[in-house]
Each structure stands twice: as C-alpha cells, then as structure tokens.
Design a protein around this ligand. Structure first.
Ligand SMILES: [Zn+2]
Ligand SMILES: [Zn+2]
Length: 255
C-alpha cells in the first residue's frame, strides 16, 4: 500500500491511497483541476480512481467534489447522514453509505471508518488495510477518544492532523469564539495532542508518521515537525516523519 498527499492544510485536503490496482481518493477539498494534476503526477488518471472516501462535509474536504463529479465514475463512500449533502453538491456520483466500525472492501483495500470528534455531521477517520499493512487516517478531530486510541493500535503508518501550535493560536488575533472552537473538543488537534497520540500508539512497527492539516496562520512545518521529531527520537523506533503541505504534493510513500 502507498499514499500520496495531493495537498493538505486548513485550506484544502486531498490524498490518494493505493494498493495493487485499487486507487482511493480520500477527500476532495481542493479544485478538481488540482486533483486531476495531482493524480497525474502520481502516474494515474481520474479513470483509475476506484472509490472516493469522504471524512466530512467541510469545504476544505469536499470543495472540489462538484466539478469532480462530472469527471469520475467511481462510487463515493460517506456517512449515511451526509448522503443528502453530498448529493446536493455532487449529483452525478453514486453514493455508498458507510458507518463507523463496519469494514467495507474496495478492490484490494479494506476500509474501516472510525468516529472522530469534530463539529461536522458524523465525521469519520479511516483505517485502510491491504496485504497486512495498516494505515490510520485521522484528521479534523478536537481530541482523541478512547475508542480512537484502541482502533489506532498496531498501525504501520498514520496520516495525522497536527493543526495548530497553542501559542501561535492564542497570539493569532482571531476572535475568541473561533479560538475556542479550534481548541475545543470538536475542533482540531494541536501539535502537542498529535505528539501525545503518537506516544500512546507507538510500537516498533510504526514506520511512517505523516503530519497533515497544518494551519497556515497558527502553525509552521518547522514547529509541528520539530515537536513530533523530538517525540520520535525519544521513542527510537526508526519511524520516518513526513509533513504534508498545501502548495506541494507529497509524493508516494511506500508503506
Ligand atoms: Zn473540518
Ligand atoms: Zn479540515
């Protein structure tokens, strides 16, 4: 299995997860044009997409779906509570409803949705599994629940939100209500919370940590990456750290 992050930040998110001939697009929060270009940079075309997995309905995760829906025929997988919203923005797509804890097989990849904690309709994370390799996909969650921690044990790799540095958030000049939302239980993970999760799920088999959904205003790759690298050095399990960015594609990472 392998993953490429086409783009990630608070301004737009899309990734590709692939195993064998199966290609999953995870979220479509950048323009359809950028998704097409990104997919082509991965050596694929839009026709190769086997399925589109949606985490939740915020614009930075589905903003490109409307235009994309006229260009892809692959089914879209999302929470059943999102069906009508998705149908509204992307009427051309076939929708398959999924629910937390219930695995679905999409080609060669087994997909297990997990519940996360975010101010959206039934937001989901994912555990993708193929050939015995497991990739956790956790973004847009205000905190890590016990259920999430249990589900994320024994991963080979994790794509993980590391949204903000607490000091930068508080010094950002944002409205107090917005700061409260971001750092609240249904907001986003801070760098410190992302580090804490890695300490909790670390094991010798965790080979890759991909930090994602960094806020351009309240975080920097140096800040998020520095904090996580210090944790990985302490844990000493030869885990490779990657940082997804908004402007540049993160090329294939073989898991
Ligand atoms: Zn969101
Ligand atoms: Zn988001």
């Amino acid at each position: 299995m392998k993953i490429s992050v086409l783009a990630s930040s608070s301004h737009g998110n899309a990734s590709v997860v692939s195993a064998g001939r199966t290609v999953l697009l995870v979220d479509a929060g950048i323009s359809a044009r950028r998704i097409k270009q990104g997919i082509e940079s991965c050596g694929l075309t839009l026709a190769d997409i086997s399925g589109i997995c949606i985490t939740h309905e915020h614009g930075d995760h589905i903003g490109g779906l409307g235009v994309l829906s006229g260009k892809v025929t692959a089914p879209l997988y999302c929470s059943r509570y999102l069906r009508e919203d998705i149908r509204g923005v992307a009427p051309g797509l076939t929708i398959t409803c999924i629910e937390p804890g219930v695995k679905v097989q999409i080609g060669e990849i087994q997909v297990r949705p997990i519940s996360v904690s975010h101010d959206a309709i039934d937001p989901l994370g994912y555990i993708f599994e193929a050939d015995g390799v497991r990739l956790g996909y956790v973004t847009d969650t205000g905190h890590v629940t016990r259920g999430m921690r249990v589900a994320l044990q024994g991963l080979d790799a994790i794509y993980l939100e590391s949204n903000y540095d607490l000091e930068m958030l508080h010094g950002s000049g944002r409205r107090p209500e917005l700061i409260e939302r971001i750092e609240g239980l249904w907001g986003h993970l801070s760098n410190a919370q992302a580090c804490e999760l890695i300490e909790q799920i670390d094991h010798p088999g965790l080979k890759h940590v991909i930090l994602a959904h960094l806020s351009p205003e309240c975080n920097t790759p140096e800040c998020a990456g520095g904090a996580m690298q210090a944790v990985l050095n302490k844990l000493d399990h030869a885990t490779t750290l990657h940082i997804a960015r908004q402007a540049d594609l993160l090329p294939w990472i073989e898991l």
